[in-house]
Design a protein around this ligand. Structure first.
Ligand SMILES: [Zn+2]
Length: 54
């Protein structure tokens, strides 16, 4: 239970940090806010949005 709660909190913090940024971050999907750190496919695995790396 505690582990699940901690995981939920961490996920919420990650999403919040992505969404609260005024400009799209290269580390997060500009459409859904998914954390794309370490993603090398060039496409968001959550919504399929092409990732702008530059
Ligand atoms: Zn996305």
């Amino acid at each position: 239970m505690y582990i699940a709660a901690a995981g939920g909190i961490v996920s919420a913090i990650v999403v919040y940090r992505c969404l609260k940024r005024p400009s799209p971050s290269p580390g997060c999907c500009r459409e859904c806010g998914y954390n794309l750190t370490g993603n090398v496919s060039g496409v968001c695995p959550e919504c399929g949005t092409p990732i702008k790396t530059k």
